[in-house]
Design a protein around this ligand. Structure first.
Ligand code: FAD
Length: 340
């Protein structure tokens, strides 16, 4: 779905660079080939040639569409990479459990997005769903009834193309868009907002997920199959207390998450941002009792949504144990230092 009228909003100053070095090749040689890429896909979301032609951003095919505007270079959070870390600043920390939705933990991500929609702050948001083989799928949610698809909520421990989907959303929204993603995706979105006015104006709420690492779909499914997981029977995956837990319809397979280190992508190895410090509100599992989500409210826009949820009685609230969140923040930093 491409909104031609709104494409004119994609103003990128052309910088007249030498034609012998295309901008995607800068990203390729300095970020992808060096193993720094976090696969946030902000470069793809920003490419104006991809917007105008409808042709996807492709490092191999770029000669056909690239207009050498350098936007892919400017929005890449891993070029000139300055790793973020720690718990970051926040206004309030609570544990929450939605009374309306079911999710990975307390479904607070879903509750925050749906409440923001009810408040009229946003008219759409992007969810990462999955198919029966657990390949991630993107859905633009504009109505609460779309959440009847049970696989939409919950965590998929594989990369998802949510940031490129944000491009379509900002071009089509009348009100604003809500985004949820891992810390690196949040950093990509912040770069897009810095460089392109349409993202600045239209992205109204950014939810960051706590994250230790993410995986490539083919590598993770292969690994799980070797451990006896029948992917088609898989209903939930969790990483909790150092264990990866694969829950199937008729069995549960558990193993230490450390065993996945062989397939941890290089872009995750260099990352030290556990808590998504650049988000408006961060949500994770650690720090709350089972069935609750830990919510770190960082910005006023998110605080208004949390106040709305409380006023409407849409969620139960409880205390959080931030020392566990701090511990995970420190562990991620230590891990990166040990890998170096
Ligand atoms: C790769 C990954 C690693 C994580 N690691 C940790 C961790 O180490 N410790 C911890 O405490 N929490 C971690 N989390 C967060 C945790 O798993 C839950 O997502 C979080 O607690 C929110 O739960 P909820 O019930 O409120 O979310 P729900 O209401 O179930 O909503 C989940 C949201 O996550 C989105 N989502 C699912 N998969 C992805 C994906 N691959 N990329 C982007 N968005 C996605 C969905 O679109 C949905 O909006 C991780 C999440 C991901 C995606």
């Amino acid at each position: 779905m491409r909104c031609v009228a709104a494409v004119s909003e994609w103003r990128v100053k052309l910088v007249g660079r030498p034609k012998d070095v295309s901008c995607p090749s800068v990203v390729k040689t300095q970020v992808i080939d060096t193993g720094l890429c976090c696969r946030c896909m902000a470069c793809m979301a920003a490419c104006p040639a991809a917007v105008r032609t409808g042709v996807g951003f492709d490092f191999e095919e770029r000669k056909h569409v690239c207009v050498d505007c350098e936007i892919c270079v400017r929005v890449c959070p891993r070029l000139d990479y300055k790793p973020l870390s720690g718990i970051g600043s926040y206004i309030k920390a609570v544990a929450g459990r939605s009374k309306r939705f079911k999710g990975q933990d307390g479904a607070m991500v879903t509750e925050i997005l749906m409440s923001a929609m009810e408040m009229g702050i946003i008219d759409r948001c992007i969810f990462v769903g999955r198919d029966e083989d657990w390949r991630t799928e993107i859905l633009h949610v504009r109505d609460v009834e779309q959440l009847e698809v049970p696989t939409l909520t919950g965590t998929k421990y594989t990369f998802a193309a949510a940031v490129p989907a944000l491009r379509e959303a900002v071009l089509n929204t009348k009100v604003g868009v809500g985004f949820v993603g891992t810390p690196c995706m949040v950093s990509g979105v912040r770069r897009l907002q810095k460089e392109l006015a349409v993202f600045r104006r239209k992205v109204k709420l950014v939810i960051g997920l706590f994250c230790t690492e993410n995986f490539y779909w083919d590598e993770l499914t292969e690994f799980l199959k070797e451990r006896g997981v029948d992917i088609k029977k898989l209903v939930k995956t969790d990483i909790t207390k150092g264990k990866f837990i694969a829950t199937m319809t008729d069995d549960v397979v558990e193993f230490p998450v450390k065993e996945l280190s062989a397939i941890m992508p290089s872009g995750c190895r260099v990352c030290t941002d556990f808590s998504a410090v650049e988000s408006d509100v961060s949500v994770g599992s650690v720090g709350s009792k089972p069935g609750f989500s830990t919510v770190l409210v960082r910005e006023e826009n998110a605080k208004e949504v949390l106040d709305f949820i409380r006023e409407h009685g849409y969620a139960d609230f409880d205390e959080v144990s931030l020392e566990f969140v701090e511990r995970l923040c420190n562990l991620k930093k230590k891990r990166e230092a040990n890998i170096k």
